[in-house]
Write a protein that binds this ligand. Structure first.
Ligand code: ADP
Ligand code: MG
Length: 687
């Protein structure tokens, strides 16, 4: 007897070439064929009268053969004229045919044809229909269920695939497919039922719903698949936890020194995060912790405390940022705390010249530098850490998993990892896409921050904004003016920023206004940023290069031009550049009317809320998780039926069920994972 675990090669008519092709799309065993689902259906359950035939529709008709005709032109054709009992006509047109076929069509015989109805010069036609001849005694051969049409892969014919999947379905009927979803099964179809429904829906099933992936049978499978992925992430987490890392003794010597000269008190949320991190660092299992916190929540200092633990245990720290500007900001930010403690910080970015680079590499290899801040340049082969013990990654969704991995390999033992993100991730998503990470949340802003007031303003009212700038600068505060992505290219973007720059210069002749954009040389950019942070510039006109990371507490007005073009998360990040000091800050969202419904909603949400998590949740509603995390970090590549964007609304339930599934024994869990994740080359390799 056949078994669902049998390799597909055991199927009749399936050779090694086809096996390879199917393996390539994740089909190894009969079981996997079950999850190769139809992308649409044909309805051969009923006959349609020619009277009711709609052009373009696929229908099954039963008619009488009247005559055939062969057109002998260069493009030979066979026409077969059919008629119904009311003398309505339909022509079958064949561009390829053989004599045998021609002889089959006998005047007066009954024929059933299935195809799309077309319209020709002589009326209704079907081209190369599926057909069968029906002897007088036979009643019509109607299908009991809808007929599946499967997505095809290189050179495999529909009929073959249908036959093989059919055999897998037959095997399924006889075998007890373990169904671990008892909790779901009460309210949902079993796995068997769900698969049967989707391969061969009954006539009455709601095909519209299936087309939208909202059918209960699909939900059943989607939830199970998402659970399987989540379980596998959780298992990765356990596997990683079983690896050996260096134990950092928590001596707090350097931390105490730092606390002494720190001009502020840590918030409870910061202290809690530090404690959670210390507990991880103090264990011999590698930490992999996500540090989430809204913009301005104070993540840097928390990361600095983690660095200090590594350093006083004799280890080096790598701090990695996604862009050079951010890396530089971190260089300032970290050095600010570390240098007074006599800690040497190296810096590594790809734009450094050879001699500078060699100098930095030397400091890293000799362990003279205890902390190394940089970009992806940190991964390169030439970089040799003396004793890497901790990796701090900022904004990790901009890095691929593999990049993270190559940095891991630079350490002898698996280093501890702290991943900082300023994009608050809704909890349901954290649990799905980041299920392999632990997470600390700084859910509290430093005290004394005055909430940012947000205003939406029509672009035509620029002159009012100019007046506002005058006031702000007269009070000694500074201004960001951000020109957003109106243009595709950085060159054009810079050009539009240049226009704004000239406009402001003309209207604010007494202020120091400077333009910064992505086309500038990086030393030029850092010079400007430094001047701005020292208060030497009143108004900084920028393309979105300042999006994340810059910290100038004296800046209290943020103007965002064409804000309707930006997403919620990005706007919130930009707005977070102000409101970092004691002074009340304002964010002006300028927009170019008319704006769409969605854009209007975004601006409205921002006007009403300063809370990154609330905004992230709205963002999830408006855009879906794929957009928020980026495709790389949906964590779940190659899904069979689920789509984390489309099915985001099911994530809460997935999280709930996953917790239940964790109670199952290991073999059952593994069986579930293998059912959905067919090869072991899974994407999330978190060393
Ligand atoms: P982010 O979480 O956006 O990276 P930063 O670490 O850059 O935030 O901190 C933002 C600002 O808040 C910095 O100027 C920092 O010095 C200040 N800050 C951080 N923690 C506190 C605190 N507990 N009390 C007062 N100010 C703080
Ligand atoms: Mg920061």
């Amino acid at each position: 007897m056949r078994d669902l675990a049998d390799p597909i090669i055991s199927l009749n008519g399936l050779g090694s070439k086809t096996q390879d092709k199917l393996n390539a799309i994740g089909i190894y065993r009969l079981e996997h064929l079950l999850f190769h689902l139809p992308y649409r259906y044909q309805n051969k359950t009923k006959l349609t009268k020619l009277d009711n035939a709609q052009i373009g529709e696929e229908i099954l008709v039963q008619l009488t053969i009247e005559r055939i005709e062969e057109i002998p032109s260069r493009q030979r054709q066979l026409l077969c004229y059919l008629t119904d009992e009311y003398s309505q006509k339909l022509i079958l047109r064949f561009f390829h045919f053989n004599q045998y076929q021609k002889q089959q069509f006998i005047r007066g015989d009954t024929i059933q044809c299935f195809s799309e109805v077309k319209i020709g010069r002589q009326g209704l036609e079907m081209h190369h229909p599926e057909y069968r001849l029906i002897s007088k005694s036979q009643s019509s051969l109607l299908e009991k269920t809808l007929t599946p049409v499967y997505p095809l892969t290189a050179n495999i014919r529909q009929a073959q695939l249908k036959k093989w999947i059919g055999e897998a379905l037959e095997t399924l009927q006889q075998s007890p497919l373990p169904d671990n979803f008892k909790a779901i099964s009460k309210s949902m179809p079993t796995l068997k039922q769900a698969l049967a429904t989707l391969h061969h829906p009954q006539k009455y099933e709601d095909i519209e719903k299936i087309a939208q992936f909202k059918h209960i049978a699909q939900k059943r499978l989607i939830i199970e698949e998402l659970c399987a992925h989540q379980l596998s992430l959780l298992k990765f987490k356990n596997r990683r936890k079983n690896k050996v890392a260096n134990i950092f003794a928590i001596k707090n010597t350097l931390s105490k020194q730092l606390l002494k000269y720190l001009e502020f008190q840590l918030t409870n949320a910061q202290q809690r995060s530090i404690d959670e991190i210390n507990a991880d660092l103090n264990s011999n299992h590698p930490m992999l912790r996500l540090l989430q916190g809204d913009v301005g929540a104070g993540k840097t200092i928390v990361a600095v405390f983690a660095c200090l633990q590594a350093i006083e245990n004799g280890f080096q720290v790598a701090v990695m940022a996604p862009t050079e500007i951010l890396a530089e900001q971190h260089l300032y930010g970290f050095s600010n705390y570390l240098v007074p403690l006599n800690i040497e910080v190296a810096f590594l970015v790809s734009s450094q010249n050879a001699s500078e680079r060699a100098r930095q590499l030397g400091k890293i290899a000799s362990a003279k530098a205890q902390v190394v801040v940089g970009t992806h340049a940190l991964f390169q082969k030439t970089v040799n850490f003396n004793k890497l013990g901790l990796v701090v990654i900022d904004e990790q969704h901009k890095f691929g998993v593999h990049q993270r991995l190559s940095l891991m390999q630079k350490a002898h033992n698996t280093p501890h990892q702290l991943v900082m993100t300023a994009t608050p991730i809704p909890r349901s998503l954290t649990m799905s896409a980041y299920a392999d990470l632990d997470s600390s949340i700084i859910d509290e802003l430093p005290p004394g921050r005055v909430p940012i007031k947000t205003i939406a303003l029509n672009n035509f009212r620029k002159d009012e904004v100019v007046e506002k700038i005058k006031k702000i600068c007269a009070a000694g505060n500074q201004v960001y003016w951000v020109c957003t992505l109106i243009e595709e290219s950085e060159v054009l973007r810079a050009e539009s920023a240049t226009n704004t720059f000239h406009y402001l210069q003309e209207n604010l002749p007494n202020l120091s206004i400077v333009l910064i954009h992505g086309k500038m040389h990086k030393t030029e950019k850092s010079k400007i940023m430094l001047q701005f942070s020292r208060g030497e510039i009143n108004v900084l006109v920028a393309t979105t290069v300042i999006e994340v990371g810059v910290n100038v507490p004296n800046a209290s007005l943020m103007v965002i031009e064409n804000s309707e073009r930006l997403g919620l998360a990005q706007l919130h990040q930009l707005r977070g550049r102000v409101g970092r000091g004691k002074d009340a800050s304002i964010c002006i969202l300028m927009y170019q009317p008319p704006i769409g419904n969605n854009a209007a909603q975004r601006l409205d949400i921002l006007r009403k809320s300063n809370d990154g998590f609330e905004i992230a949740n709205k963002d999830l509603e408006l855009r879906g998780p794929g957009e928020i995390l980026g495709t790389q970090q949906t964590g779940v590549a190659n899904m069979k039926i689920a789509n984390i964007v489309r099915d985001g609304y099911l994530l809460e339930r997935v999280n709930f069920y996953s917790q239940q599934l964790l109670q199952l024994d290991q073999n059952q869990q593994q069986a579930l994972i293998e059912r959905w994740i067919s090869d072991d080359k899974t994407e999330y390799v978190n060393a």
